[in-house]
Ligand binder design. Structure first.
Ligand SMILES: [Zn+2]
Ligand SMILES: [Zn+2]
Length: 173
């Protein structure tokens, strides 16, 4: 029993409300075009809900959770339900159009690239940053061929404290 159960009081560790971080505009536009292409190639229809979610993910560098995606889109899209957000994220994930990272307490999504990459995850504030895998490791992982194992995704996650949380931690006794 190492994990406390948080009830109503909002802990400093607020994993459910990660603030949006905008990506560079050119990068977001290129990624949006790429995701739309992939959707077409896979014969998936561009429904309004898929489009809204794809647009958000292409432009958001924070690795938002399904809850974050829902709360960011809900004000502008009153027809959108939480279930639709979950289902859409899962279908984009299943189609290899987005990636995910499991923080243990929640799952977060990355619509910015399909390239295998690593995640630096802050256990205190829930911040998720990308890092490039060293080319050797990337090649090793992609070409790994254990008998009978059908690899679907690569997840490399480092757990620790982000720069801000580490600094805050250092000031405490
Ligand atoms: Zn942090
Ligand atoms: Zn990522």
């Amino acid at each position: 029993m190492s994990r406390e159960v948080h009830t109503s009081s909002s802990p400093a560790h607020s994993v459910a409300d990660v603030s949006a971080r905008a990506c560079a505009l050119a990068e977001a536009e290129a990624r949006l075009a790429q995701m739309l292409d992939m959707l077409r190639q896979r014969g998936m229809r561009l429904t309004p809900q898929r489009e809204a979610i794809i647009r958000l993910l292409a432009a958001d560098c924070s690795h938002p959770s399904a809850e974050d995606v829902f709360s960011r889109l809900a004000p502008e899209n009153p027809w959108l339900s939480k279930a639709t957000v979950y289902n859409t994220l899962n279908s984009l994930l299943g189609a290899g159009i987005i990636q995910d990272v499991d923080l243990g307490v929640e799952r977060r999504f990355d619509g910015r690239t399909t390239e295998p990459h690593g995640h630096l995850t802050c256990r205190a504030c829930g911040r998720v940053e990308d890092f490039d895998l060293p080319p050797d490791l990337r090649t090793l992982l992609l070409n790994r061929n254990d008998s009978g194992f059908a690899m679907e995704r690569i997840q490399v996650k480092l757990v620790g404290l982000c720069r801000a949380c580490a600094a805050r931690n250092g000031r405490n006794p």
